[in-house]
Design a protein around this ligand. Sequence first.
Ligand SMILES: CC(C)(COP(=O)(O)OP(=O)(O)OC[C@H]1O[C@@H](n2cnc3c(N)ncnc32)[C@H](O)[C@@H]1OP(=O)(O)O)[C@@H](O)C(=O)NCCC(=O)NCCSC(=O)Cc1ccccc1
Length: 332
Amino acid sequence: MYAQLVKSEGMKSAAELSPEERAFQERIDRGEKIEPKEWMPEGYRKTLIRQVGQHAHSEIVGQLPEGNWITRAPTLERKAILLAKVQDEAGHGLYLYCAAETLGVSRDQLLAKLHDGSMKYSSIFNYPTLNWADIGAVGWLVDGAAIMNQVQLQKTSYGPYSRAMIRICKEESFHQRQGYDIMMKMAQGTAEQKAMAQDALDRFWYPALMMFGPSDKDSVHSAQSMAWKIKINTNDELRQKFVDQTVPQAEYLGLKIPDPNLTWNEEKKGYDFSEPDWSEFFEVIAGNGPCNKERLGARVKAWEDGAWFRDGLLAHAEKAEARRAAARVAAE
Ligand SMILES: CC(C)(COP(=O)(O)OP(=O)(O)OC[C@H]1O[C@@H](n2cnc3c(N)ncnc32)[C@H](O)[C@@H]1OP(=O)(O)O)[C@@H](O)C(=O)NCCC(=O)NCCSC(=O)Cc1ccccc1
């Protein structure tokens, strides 16, 4: 199995693997889960820290575009739903930071890398949410794309990551349903509301397709990550599945996918569709998207504003420890 995979940069051939690495690869090939204290190649650990850490950062930064609309939700019910959804994303982030911590990196270290720009988060959260229809489009398309990826990641080889995905997927499917419900209301509303829904779809379609990462030929990590079953599918496979799932949903809403080349291909039993503008994608992940500075600025400010609270917690823990130490001495 390993020998058949196309090599990615820096990836060893089957013959180059050490005996430990070969035994590790055999465990992966048998479908065994790898648990925190077990031996793993350094590259496996590093790749997981990168992916799980970026995933956690995406959940945390991902609160910002929707959080922006909590105070402006059109009804009390919509507000309560959106509030719950955004809180769920915070929970996913914390859950994923815990999974990353089992690999020997602290949450503070990961956050420092997010804040200095050396770790990424999903490109999608660098686009603005301009009106209420965008909140529908985010739930429908962004959570829809996130689940398409995460359902597969439930089968990932690292135990803590795979278990985190099971819980997260349950919540993400509620998120996607609430987004689709907003789109339904708008698409069935006044002509103006339907136009807003179409406009939101027009703006979010290609950024949602970019969430799956660059096309397979430009994906530097896929081959090694798939050999280690950190990733289960290629970026293009998941993008295709997402398009095939989403087109009928758009048709049901009476909305048009903004792609003149979208056609059903009977032979592959899937849609042919236009690629996103990859130069835009690479600009966004290099920090030059419409909202990168605003998003990162908001996270750095939240970290700095929380300094007094972290200091307080630390001072309290130190006092409590000093009291325990004094009690131990007195008891001796
Ligand atoms: C598929 C991929 C994202 C990328 O495949 P890989 O094998 O890792 O990389 P590949 O070689 O193909 O790419 C080369 C370079 O390009 C980077 N890059 C690629 N794509 C992106 C991108 N879209 N954005 C930014 N950067 C991207 C990639 O890191 C690498 O750069 P590096 O070398 O690190 O500097 C994978 O990491 C994965 O499945 N992650 C887990 C899922 C996950 O993180 N989900 C997040 C959304 S969760 C959510 O949204 C929930 C929610 C909903 C609503 C509201 C709030 C929250």
